[in-house]
Design a protein. Structure first.
Length: 300
């Protein structure tokens, strides 16, 4: 009973936030990666506006280094729900010389998404971007408000945020500003997985245990995809049964060994785990303030 009450409270809060976005902004969008959190946002938007169609388009910032299972799922979901999908490619900014691709052992395109996201926001005139970030993920994300204002350069000032008293959400923005909105900010990873289980939400197969070619580095399990992921000659490819707890850029997302072949197994595994979800995100390990610095520059 307690878990059901919590699920209902979290769902109700998220639906309230979705409806406030629709009421207060002119051109909102859902930031969609094909991961479990953004998939959960889509289900919450369905519930918030049922029986009408979801009123928001989706925006995917495509690094070009995505897991194929995620892209296949994204396209299928968009077709099934008859949604509008905007895809903006990091590769376009690399080709134009606006961002420089990293090289070497820990190279990743993850940080390069910021410029592409800001370009997309400006190109479409989005004034509210709904994202699936949660406060339990990382300490910089714990500082965010539900309505988090970005300035006309797309930057976030963690020292200058609006109070949100009694769940009153202030969507007033000046010309050029936009807002990042986090409807599931108060959820935990376990809350998300439990919701997916209870709602019987379809998710990419990459979240379940499967045999995969990988290699080991720094105590982490890296996907062996030589086109996207740099690998030293002495880093040998092996086959393991793994799954991914988070689905980001292939070059910075580690797998975990797992026997969780279905949603029930995944929920139980998360319940028992002592490793945080972001522990498998290699880009977060660059420095203690890596996420906060990226967010200040306009990152998700």
């Amino acid at each position: 009973m307690k878990s059901t009450l919590k699920k209902n409270a979290l769902e109700n809060e998220a639906i309230y936030i979705m409806r406030e976005v629709q009421a207060q902004f002119e051109n909102p969008v859902i930031l969609f990666s094909g991961g479990k959190d953004s998939i959960t946002l889509v289900r919450l938007a369905q519930k918030a506006f049922y029986p009408a169609k979801i009123p928001f388009p989706l925006l995917h910032v495509d690094t070009g280094h995505n897991f194929p299972e995620t892209i296949e799922f994204r396209d299928r979901l968009v077709k099934e729900l008859d949604l509008t999908l905007h895809v903006h490619h990091v590769q376009d900014n690399i080709d134009a010389g606006r961002v420089k691709e990293e090289k070497g052992k820990y190279a990743s395109r993850n940080v390069l998404q910021t410029e592409t996201l800001l370009d997309a926001i400006e190109a479409h005139g989005f004034d509210a971007c709904i994202g699936g970030a949660r406060r339990d993920e990382e300490k910089a994300r714990a500082k965010e408000r539900m309505f988090s204002v970005r300035d006309d350069f797309g930057q976030w000032d963690e020292r200058n945020q609006r109070p949100e008293v009694f769940d009153m959400l202030n969507g007033k923005i000046d010309f050029g500003q936009n807002v990042r909105v986090f409807p599931i900010s108060n959820w935990t990873e376990l809350d998300v997985w439990s919701y997916i289980q209870q709602e019987k939400i379809d998710i990419p197969s990459i979240y379940f245990a499967h045999r995969r070619n990988v290699f080991l580095r720094d105590g982490l399990i890296w996907p062996a995809h030589d086109e996207f992921v740099y690998r030293e000659e002495d880093e040998n490819v092996i086959e393991k049964t793994v799954r991914f707890r988070t689905v980001g850029d292939m070059s910075c997302t580690a797998a975990v060994e797992s026997d969780a072949f279905n949603i029930e197994n995944v929920v139980e595994e998360i319940r028992q785990s002592s490793l945080s979800e972001r522990g498998a995100r290699i880009d977060d390990k660059r420095s203690e303030a890596a996420m906060e610095k990226r967010k200040q520059q306009g990152y998700f």
